[in-house]
Design a protein. Structure first.
Length: 420
């Protein structure tokens, strides 16, 4: 049983509403606090942009040299919102590789929107639904920020005295631009971490094994009822069976026998018995009907696929400029996170998957959404760092905080919260 009392106390002191989800992936134990509803997704949808980009690079929707292709971005195309590009007053040339990095490390709005323009909003929306089934997105980041600012009360949301009903209505309006909830955020972080880009197309247009949540392209014969997100490949030899834990997009980790590949159905779904949903009992093997590697794959295609995989892995460890929940974690815990915020942190959210140093499999996954912070933006980030530390403590990991945490700092932030 996870004791999340201290986490709840932090949210209840500093926010007017929240939703929190934490799952121990070692045991399957989980805790959910607050209100599950439609919460603003903020920048957390950028994880879907990341996955959609590598899917498109693998299936040939994007040219093979896209990662190092330069885009000239003039100031009139800079997006409203945070990041680093908006610090400039002159055009800048960026490769897609740069933009993927800045999108995650600095939550850069311009980098995000240029990548989204290349992919198309529809593809990003579709990938988001595979990663986090209840989440939605209606526009790019510039549209989200401008749409937020146009809502009555948005520009002074941190200082306005909201009634509970008015605050709830405001949250619902903002969530129409893009919505999620804490459990979906945990699902999205874990699925993004576990995602393996599909193998690249060869010269004949055939493709190798696709990763979790295959996203059929435009005109696919498989409708939404036919496509079940999930079965995310982990790292070498590990696969995730489609047993719902965070909804339909996650499942139970199991170790495959050496040299055994999971069989797949027509949408790439795994079957725990070694067959596929469409062909029960069919053993894995190089059968194109089952989506496995076609014969005669060229070394160039294999090399390109390896490059895509390595680049994707590098994107998962950019080092964020605002670390939020992981800011006090010790070096022994490695965190993959993405946060979101609107209204100078009035709405704040975070999602992550945390593993032990030197291991690939995550120990736990979490997500939270919150509203009503009235603290300066960087103080909000620091309090969220304390939440991250409390999650590790609640799971019995006994973390020794890094050098940036001190008892004096905790007392300054939380006061008598633990003794109250």
């Amino acid at each position: 049983m996870i004791d999340a009392g201290r986490i709840a106390a932090i949210f209840e002191r500093f926010t007017t509403g929240y939703h929190f989800y934490l799952e121990d992936l070692r045991t399957g134990d989980s805790v959910e606090l607050g209100e599950r509803a439609a919460w603003p997704i903020g920048s957390c949808f950028k994880l879907a942009v990341l996955v959609a980009y590598f899917e498109a690079l693998s299936d040939g929707s994007l040219p093979a040299d896209s990662l190092d292709h330069e885009t000239l971005i003039p100031p009139d195309q800079f997006s409203t919102g945070g990041g680093v590009v908006n610090l400039l007053d002159s055009p800048i040339r960026l490769t897609d590789r740069h933009m993927l990095r800045w999108m995650l490390a600095a939550s850069d709005g311009t980098a995000t929107d240029i990548l989204m323009e290349k992919l198309g909003l529809g593809r990003v929306q579709q990938t988001l639904r595979c990663l986090a089934p209840d989440s939605t997105l209606t526009c790019n980041l510039d549209g989200m920020v401008r749409g937020f600012q146009a809502i009555d009360g948005a520009r002074d949301c941190k200082t306005r005295d909201w009634t509970p009903a008015a605050a709830r209505a405001f949250r619902a309006q903002v969530a129409r631009l893009g919505s999620t909830h804490a459990r979906d955020l945990a699902c999205m972080a874990l699925n993004t971490y576990n995602f393996t880009p599909p193998l690249a197309s060869d010269a004949s247009g055939q493709t190798g094994v696709a990763a979790h949540g295959d996203v059929p392209g435009p005109g696919s014969p498989h409708d939404d009822q036919d496509r079940i997100p999930g079965c995310a490949p982990l790292h070498s030899g590990l696969w995730r069976d489609p047993v719902a834990r965070y909804g339909p997009a996650a499942g139970v980790v199991r170790l495959l026998r050496p040299g055994v590949s999971p069989a797949r159905g027509r949408c790439g779904h795994l079957d725990g018995a070694g067959g596929t949903r469409d062909h029960p009992g069919a053993g894995p093997g190089p059968n194109p009907e089952h989506g496995l590697d076609p014969p005669g794959r060229s070394a160039a295609v294999e090399g390109f696929s390896a490059m895509i995989l390595e680049t994707y892995k590098n994107c998962l460890k950019p080092g964020r400029t605002a670390p939020r929940s992981e800011s006090f974690l010790p070096p022994g815990l490695c965190s993959f996170n993405k946060g979101g915020s609107l209204g100078m942190r009035y709405f704040s959210s975070d999602a992550g998957a945390v593993r032990a140093s030197g291991r690939n499999e995550p120990l736990y996954a979490f997500g939270y959404c919150s509203q009503g912070w009235r603290l300066p933006a960087f103080v909000v980030e620091t309090v969220c760092g304390q939440i991250g530390l409390e999650m590790a403590r609640a799971l019995g990991l006994d973390p020794q905080p890094n050098w940036d945490w001190t008892p004096e700092g905790e007392a300054l932030l939380l006061g008598d919260l633990w003794s109250g």
